[in-house]
Design a protein around this ligand. Structure first.
Ligand code: ZN
Length: 249
């Protein structure tokens, strides 16, 4: 499965006005950034250690914390589910300052998340983005099961996940297929919604891969790097205005 091209990203359509974060400090230089391949190799090596239960200790000392006050140079971005069983720093065996992590249930992409990814790519010069789904994802499971939810915010999440969880009812019956479809959709949404991210991919400054984390084995399966940019229109939830809160029709 590793290296398998289980994602099929389409091409982008919509430009989103990026919400750029202030970049007055903490920015890495391009010279300091590793290559995408190096970054991916480091994640794979760390995950191998985690799987084999030989994770190396990472420094959480006051000295390390003090050194990081001056700035950060994370080598990879991870957009993952908020699930408590999927802590990226543990499963990749890395320490303080190593990963730029964005988490949301079902790794649903909205504008705030896109802004964070843009900040990581453009100002921190991070060369790799992993969009990480996982085994037994409750958010995707709820969508597959057709569980009813209360309130516009949970409905927003459900509608967003539903868009990527399979093209046919039969596909949606298989949870793993639905989870992979949701990862694919999140990558599509991020690239379709952000001109900054698309440009970073086009220039080779940023590589995007999908991942699937197996809860039991601890193994992360990676897709091939996304080679083509999406053409699909992002799901409406992604571009809904933030204020007032998006209401579903
Ligand atoms: Zn989940």
């Amino acid at each position: 499965m590793e290296g398998a091209d289980f994602l099929h990203v389409k091409t982008p359509k919509l430009l989103l006005v990026g919400i750029l974060l202030g970049a007055t400090c903490l920015a890495a230089t391009a010279e300091e950034a590793p290559s995408p391949a190096n970054a991916l190799g480091r994640l794979k090596a760390g995950n191998d250690r985690f799987v084999q239960n030989v994770s190396v200790p990472v420094s959480l000392s006051p000295m390390t914390r003090s050194a990081l006050v001056k700035g950060q140079t994370p080598f990879a971005m991870v957009l993952s589910c908020a699930d408590s069983r999927v802590p990226p720093e543990y499963i990749f065996n890395v320490g303080l300052g190593d990963l730029f992590v964005i988490r949301a249930a079902g790794e649903v992409v909205d504008r705030s998340i896109m802004a964070s990814l843009e900040y990581g790519a453009e100002h921190l010069h991070i060369p790799l983005l992993v969009v990480l789904g996982h085994e037994s994802c409750g958010a995707v499971q709820a969508v597959v099961d057709g569980t009813s939810v209360d309130g516009p915010n949970l409905d927003y999440m459900v509608q967003a996940i539903k868009a990527g969880t399979g093209r046919t009812p039969k596909e949606r019956l298989d949870l793993r297929t639905a989870i992979l479809g949701n990862v694919e959709q999140s990558i599509n949404d991020a690239l379709a919604g952000s001109a900054i991210l698309r440009q970073a991919v086009q220039t080779g400054a940023l590589q995007v891969v999908g991942g699937y984390y197996e809860l039991g084995s601890g193994r992360v399966l990676f897709s091939s790097p996304i080679a083509t940019l999406p053409t699909v229109t992002p799901r409406p939830a992604v571009v809904a205005p933030r204020t007032p809160a998006p209401a579903r029709k």
